[in-house]
Design a protein around this ligand. Structure first.
Ligand code: GLU
Length: 311
């Protein structure tokens, strides 16, 4: 199935982004991510019929980092359903991705599943009753299944790099443990968390993996029901309100789609009923979200008329 308009818009945006001088700054607090070339840019859009429009570094794997939190949330909801909400909230945080201040005020219950503390609490739930290796295998297999691609792997160098320097995440996890929010040994939970953040995927694989969120919980090409339509709608709502940390309001204002960013410079965005979108531009803005990723998505939604708030 062809989609000439989409192909043209995606190619135009990739050309425009290649010419931009404002690229943001690559994440440096994870040493391995600081080595990524800031000139990289990839964009893949998969429409409802399954047509793939791709441009730039569409097939280069990058560190998905916090985008993995969408998939761990999906798995954890499958395991615990609404019980999950006893240990994590559903409100935007209005603070940085790794903030510790709010956690003290709110007695160790993180604001939402996408800030680091919330994602660590979600990972802990997936880990319960398993060895870390099994939990990690489950997360990785879930992504391979969703993307239809068994070649997806964890970048061990990135995981080790974060494990060596993740003092703040260790602080958040220990703090939650002191309130009884985590069930497993802190080092096990953090080990699984760092490794799922270090999964490497290309824009093509990521856009494929996100299709169920754009189509009421189902992959329209395979017919697989991944989650119920109600659950997909709710995950999208959380991505819209919390998916870009304290840049979530700005992302909704400019792009108008549910989206989840990662400090590797990737963004997964969902145009409900229309498309699953993955973009990668490693330079970040001050809130830790991909700068050109957001600019590219803003151009895409405008030209395709896909904002959920109107054309
Ligand atoms: N692994 C990163 C961290 O925990 C994820 C942050 C992000 O991608 O925004 O710091």
């Amino acid at each position: 199935m062809s989609n000439q308009l989409l192909d043209r818009v995606v190619a135009e945006i990739a050309d425009e982004m290649a010419q931009r001088a404002d690229r943001g700054a690559v994440a440096s607090y994870i040493p391995e991510l600081a080595r990524v070339d800031p000139r990289r840019f990839g964009l893949v859009v998969i429409d409802a019929a399954g047509h793939v429009a791709a441009a730039g570094d569409a097939d280069v794997p990058f560190s998905i980092q916090s985008i993995s939190k969408v998939f761990t949330l999906t798995l954890a909801l499958g395991k615990a359903g609404d019980r999950l909400w006893r240990r994590v909230g559903r409100e935007p945080s209005g603070s940085a991705f790794n903030s510790i201040v709010q956690l003290e005020h709110e007695r160790g219950i993180p604001r939402n599943p996408f800030i680091n503390a919330g994602a660590i609490a979600v990972t802990d739930l997936i880990l319960s009753g398993h060895q870390p290796r099994e939990a990690l295998g489950e997360i990785l297999r879930f992504l391979q299944f969703l993307a239809g691609d068994s070649s997806i792997v964890i970048d061990d160098a990135v995981a080790k790099s974060e494990q060596r320097t993740g003092f703040r995440n260790a602080a958040l996890a220990n703090y939650m443990k002191s309130f009884g929010v985590l069930d497993n040994p802190v080092e096990y939970t953090l080990g699984v968390y760092f490794h799922h953040c270090a999964i490497a995927m290309s824009c093509r694989q990521l856009a494929m993996a996100g299709r169920f969120l754009a189509h009421n919980g189902q992959n329209p090409s395979t017919g697989h029901n991944v989650v119920s339509s109600e659950r997909a709608r709710r995950i999208n709502a959380l991505m819209l309100t919390c998916g870009h940390y304290d840049g979530s309001g700005e992302f909704a204002y400019r792009v108008g789609l549910p989206g989840k960013s990662g400090v590797g410079g990737g963004v997964l965005a969902v145009a409900p009923g229309n498309a699953s979108i993955a973009v990668w531009a490693p330079g970040l803005d001050a809130a830790g979200n991909s700068h050109l990723g957001r600019v590219a998505l803003e151009a895409l939604t405008k030209r395709m008329g896909w904002s959920i708030f109107g054309v």
